[in-house]
Design a protein around this ligand. Sequence first.
Ligand SMILES: *Cc1c(COP(=O)(O)O)cnc(C)c1O
Length: 414
Amino acid sequence: MSEFVQRCINGDCRTVFGIDEAVYVCARCGDLLEIERTAAGVFNPGALREIWRERRMSLDGRNRSGVWRFREFLPFDDDVEVVSLGEGNTQLYDAPRCAQYCGVEALKLKHQGNNPTGSFKDAGMTVAVTQARKLGMQRVVCASTGNTAASLAAYAARATMECMILAPSGQVSAAKLAQALDYGAKVQEIEGNFDTCMRAIRELVEDGSAYLVNSINPFRIEGQKTVAFELAEQLEWRAPDHLVVPGGNLGNSSAFGKGFRELVDAGLLDRQPPITVVQAEGAAPFARFFRERAAEIVDEEHPQTLASAIKIGAPVSWKKAWSAVRDTAGCVLTVSEQEIADAKAVIGRDGIGCEPASATTVAGIRKLVNENVIKKDEAVVAVLTGHLLKDTDYVIKYHEGKLVAPDGARIKSI
Ligand SMILES: *Cc1c(COP(=O)(O)O)cnc(C)c1O
């Protein structure tokens, strides 16, 4: 018997599913599922920290992975055959130019772009594809703006599974498409946007012939939550004063929320950091929900931003992300296309490359410092989600002064 189950997050439902049921959402009410331990774990924080540190020196692939190193908190038995590319263990950089630009004394960047396929998606994918293999699945599928596709294609190849991807036609960067093709995925382009693809893929898996690995899949969130563990370790088991992440489909912010919650529950951290989510102005349903204190999120029919990884109008994981923001007293805000582009260039001047979506964080921090929400002596960590080389077209156009925002405005370079 596994000590883990999948449970519906809807407070009025709370239906439980076995850990090996391929359900994705609650079969009774349709809400999201979350993986939960059946009995509260009893942990020795000192011993765990020691084990995790020692594993880094090990030659065993599971111990070297920045995700599986923390497997005491993952919903598998110890003998599971993992599908890993040595993900995680990413740098936490000091970024003095970014700090100065934002008006804080110090700023750290947790660079999840330094993963095997160049985005944070790998941390979740290693766990979701491991689960797919455990279930005996032959075929894995996802809807993607690019990075999920690249990541899934790589892990599916490692597991010798067939991989199919639905992507919005003409909207995926050449680099991300190239990765998916090189790893042997079948890519089908669909007229419409990411949200159209997401709806289509959910229908496609209804007959059970393929395993869905978008972040609606709670195993993705389990992998991504380990980034909170790794970050806590890098900060010597002290929570930062602010953790800032970009928000698209909102799986990443949900995962940080769950990760930090579990760290506090296990006695590994004394408090959760406030989690702040930054969206692009033209694709900001979650920010609007937050600003208006609405009861439900209202989808954005035509999301617009050059930061293609967060060009999402119907974020699947908004309820989990809202718990993360609310429970930690964080906030949600938007930044403009010009602000994203400038912040990205400043990050570059620190010798650190990221893709446009990642730069929303630095732009957001600058705004929050101006509004005095973040104080200049506070410890701030921004999560960079993707690698610079994911979208070089954007970078070149920006530096040539030829970048044009979706509303037709010319973006100036600094
Ligand atoms: C997927 C992705 C995001 C958005 O993450 P969500 O979990 O969908 O909110 C942001 N940046 C990059 C580079 C991504 O690949």
